[in-house]
Write a protein that binds this ligand. Structure first.
Ligand code: PMP
Length: 428
């Protein structure tokens, strides 16, 4: 549990940062966030002297675990050569080739600095390429912190979007049409009305910002067909799933291809990154070859390029996927056993190396289902695990991630914590 030193720092932080933090989810650990002094492998070490097994992994990027030696070596080597040039470097070519091999053979890449920037650029590109104005997104899917995607469902029916943040003008939100995840009909309804003005459908192929919600069979394929039928682009937002569900991400995993892919998180090896990738014909519309504006002082940052490249090289051995899958499948089985042993109404959603437990009666096939989960129970689970040295997502609406560092021993230790935590849940 967060201790005295964390408490002291947080009190100071409350006077310095809105809500005490620099990204809202970090304030979700109650009563205050723990402050981290260092991290290695599957562990976070707090300023209070605690060691935590990390299943948050910085919300996804640290798929190799913390401080992976190969990534460290690559970063150090880059630092020796300086770390920002404002002119191209060789590593960006190497990393782009790797990404294109797995996502868009023969295509092109634009490196930016965050997933937010990647979806912002991809959406502008889709609008510029098609000459259309509307974007279709799904309720409960998150694509970053820019205006076009900060739009939620206005009502139970598919609707013109309403802003989900103050400061997003209604006029802008109205250009985002909100459909329901795993519900093709909701997309078709929008397409029937606005199809000739829809520039793109943007989707998280596995919804990872509403817990974990896999696509129903046929959902992604149906989106592909609808996009084609109405001449819209399909943007696969693989910021979470890219290089996580395998080298080729969700598109390879489910066998459905987007026109554009956005990546982030893992592909930067833990350094800031965003990627837009797609076929040359579309990508060349970006500046300077085309007229869709995109730029960035830090784009293709040399340190990030080095870390990303080293990460992919380790991923290509296949070992990280094997370890992370084994860890997740064991943990999911244990959680399912505990749910049934204690007769708790709950369900676990699971894909490869990401999962989430929802305290709900019945399946969770949509973000609306996820919202029905008993969040209080989830928060208790999170707390009970934290007390026992295991850090899972502090919100029901995030995923539990495993990594290449979650070895058999680490998983065994986690299982003991899970058993005690569920026992406590039952007693309360
Ligand atoms: N898209 C998805 C699917 C995400 O999960 C996130 C962040 N969690 C983003 C985009 C935004 O990425 P970033 O936080 O790097 O801006």
């Amino acid at each position: 549990m967060p201790g005295e030193q964390s408490k002291k720092l947080y009190e100071e932080a409350l006077n310095l940062f809105p809500g005490g933090v620099n990204s809202p989810i970090r304030a979700a650990v109650k009563p205050y966030p723990f402050y981290v002094a260092k991290a290695e492998g599957p562990y976070l070490y707090t300023v209070d002297g605690e060691r935590l097994i990390d299943y948050v992994l910085a919300y996804g990027p640290m798929f190799l675990g913390h401080k992976h030696p190969q990534v460290m070596e690559a970063v150090k080597k880059q630092l020796e050569n300086g770390w920002l040039y404002g002119t191209p470097g060789e590593l960006e070519i190497e990393l782009a080739k790797k990404i294109l091999k797995y996502y868009h053979p023969g295509g092109m890449v634009r490196f930016v600095n965050t997933g937010t920037e990647a979806t912002m650029a991809a959406i502008r590109l889709a609008r510029g390429y098609t000459g259309r104005k509307y974007i279709i997104k799904f309720n409960g899917c998150y694509h970053g912190a820019h205006d076009t995607v900060l739009v939620g469902a206005g009502s139970a029916a598919a609707e013109y979007g309403v802003p989900s943040s103050l400061g997003v003008p209604e006029e802008i939100a109205k250009l985002t049409l909100v459909a329901r995840y795993n519900d093709l009909e909701s997309v078709e309804r929008i397409m029937k009305r606005h199809g000739d003005q829809v520039a793109a459908i943007i989707v998280e192929p596995v919804a990872g910002n509403a817990g974990v919600i896999p696509p129903k069979p046929g959902f992604l394929k149906g989106l592909r067909e609808l996009a084609d039928r109405y001449g819209a682009l399909l943007i696969m937002d693989e910021v979470i799933t890219g290089f996580r569900l395998g080298l080729g991400g969700a598109q390879e995993y489910y066998g459905v291809r987007g026109d554009l892919t956005t990546l982030g998180k893992i592909v930067g090896g833990g350094f800031p990154i965003g990627v837009v990738a797609g076929p040359r014909e579309i990508m060349e519309k970006l500046t300077p070859s085309g007229k869709v504006f995109n730029a960035g002082t830090f784009n293709a940052h040399p340190v990030t390029m080095a870390a990303g490249l080293a990460t992919i090289e380790v991923l290509e051995t296949g070992e990280p996927y094997r370890v992370a899958r084994e860890a997740a499948s064991k943990l999911v089985k244990v959680v399912e056993d505990l749910i049934s042993r204690y007769d708790i109404k709950a369900t676990v959603n699971y894909v490869e190396n990401m999962f989430q437990v929802f305290f709900v009666d019945g399946e969770v096939a949509s973000p609306d289902d996820a919202m029905k989960s008993n969040r209080e129970l989830y928060n208790k689970l999170h707390m009970e695990l934290l007390k026992r040295g295991v850090f899972i997502a502090p919100s029901q609406m995030e995923a539990v991630f495993t990594s290449a560092a979650h070895s058999v021993e680490v998983v065994e230790e986690t299982i003991r914590a899970l058993e005690e935590a569920f026992k406590r849940l039952r007693e309360q």
